[in-house]
Design a protein around this ligand. Structure first.
Ligand SMILES: [Zn+2]
Length: 376
């Protein structure tokens, strides 16, 4: 894989560095751009020289998602090389306008309980973040929908996999033959990617967030099925132990689901912000957006499982814990998994003693189907 160059560039965020990948195959392609910072130019320029190419050789830039650390330097690259930018339809407007957080985010924060006094500070913080990226309104775009093959010479290609979650139009790039994935911020080794609340569709002035964590888990299941040998992430070093990382992420979110539920009450309505304050008592102004997103994501799952209820009073959104009968919610999952295990066990014994167990199989399958169909 000597045609893949990882260029790791320092950024003033907690995650410390962001990666650009240079694919040295015709047409020469970059994956992501880094932020609008002098360091980005310096690191990129050095790496291009080391790889023996010039700025003019860059013909394509693929953006994994519309966050400023991944597209912020795009305008400078446009001026230096005039490449075509490949971006998913759902991220296009953010990148074209140079904004990481869509318009209307403050409204979502207010509705979900964030105190009015904090909103201006958060808006200022978001403005500062957005300054690390230029809008790409003059660039040439190739809009992606997922499923495309981005071809290189000698039959190498990268398949676009739409992996909504971290953002609605996040993409991973996959090569089946070599088991390579460029995972953007969908898979990171050192931190769990934050599924940030966002909006589907065009302008972000709707107050309804998209169900980012549900999307994210669904996208993880998609990636889990691929035959992967190595991941090149948006932050940090490449890594190979992909299956166990995915398992770690599942475990993290199921633990977080329990924690969110523990902080809630079945007597008292709480806003997502209030739940966030209990779960992360030390959060500062920079964390509010992440925390409210995190809580909303988990509440979406709990709503789906009918373990919480949502209501709107005076334009604020509240959640309350459901009082569940034992066969619902988490218990339902546990009972289900036991019935499944029992069915499998009987199935196994049946292959040894076919006549004795065959009727039991039918009975256990019947219970399994009955339980799934008739108990909500
Ligand atoms: Zn990132």
């Amino acid at each position: 894989m000597n045609f893949i160059f990882q260029i790791s560039i320092p950024i003033p965020f907690e995650i410390q560095t962001v990666n650009i990948y240079l694919i040295k195959k015709e047409p020469i392609t970059l994956i992501d751009t880094g932020m609008k910072l002098p360091e980005t130019y310096r690191y990129l320029d050095n790496s291009l020289k080391e790889a023996g190419i010039t700025w003019q050789h860059i013909k394509r830039v693929i953006i994994t998602h519309g966050h400023v650390d991944h597209f912020g330097f795009g305008k400078r690259i446009m001026e230096l090389s005039n490449p075509t930018f490949f971006v998913h339809k759902e991220e296009y407007l953010k990148i074209k306008e140079g904004i990481t957080f869509p318009k209307g985010f403050a409204e979502v924060l207010i509705k979900n309980g964030t105190p009015d006094g904090m909103i201006n500070k958060i808006i200022n913080y978001v403005k500062k973040v957005n300054q690390f990226g230029d809008k790409l309104d003059k660039a040439r775009f190739n809009i992606l929908y997922g499923g495309e093959r981005i071809e290189f010479d000698d039959r190498f290609y990268l398949k676009v996999i739409h992996t909504p979650g971290h953002t609605p139009g996040h993409i991973c790039l996959y090569n089946e033959k070599d088991g390579i994935i460029f995972s953007g911020d969908h898979l990171l080794q050192k931190t769990t990617p934050n599924p940030l609340f966002d909006w589907r569709g065009k302008e972000g002035n709707q107050s309804q967030h998209s169900k980012v964590l549900i999307d994210y888990i669904r996208s993880l299941r998609k990636i889990e099925k691929l035959d992967l040998k190595i991941a090149f992430p948006g932050h940090g070093l490449p890594f190979r132990d992909i299956k166990s990382l995915i398992q770690k992420i599942y475990n993290h979110h199921s633990q977080r689901l329990k924690n969110v539920l523990n902080e809630m009450d079945s007597q008292k309505d709480m806003t997502p912000y209030q739940i966030g304050c209990k779960l992360f008592p030390d959060m500062n102004i920079k964390d509010v957006l992440l925390v409210v997103s995190e809580i909303l994501g988990h509440l979406d799952i709990l709503l789906d499982k009918e373990m919480v209820k949502r209501k709107v009073t005076n334009d604020r959104i509240y959640y309350i814990k459901e009082k569940l009968p034992f066969y619902k919610g988490i218990f339902k999952d546990i009972i289900k998994s036991y019935i499944e295990k029992l069915t499998n066990l009987i199935w196994l014994y049946n292959s040894i003693y076919p006549s004795f167990f065959s009727s039991n199989i039918r009975i256990s399958k019947f219970f399994f189907v009955f339980f799934n169909l008739f108990i909500p």
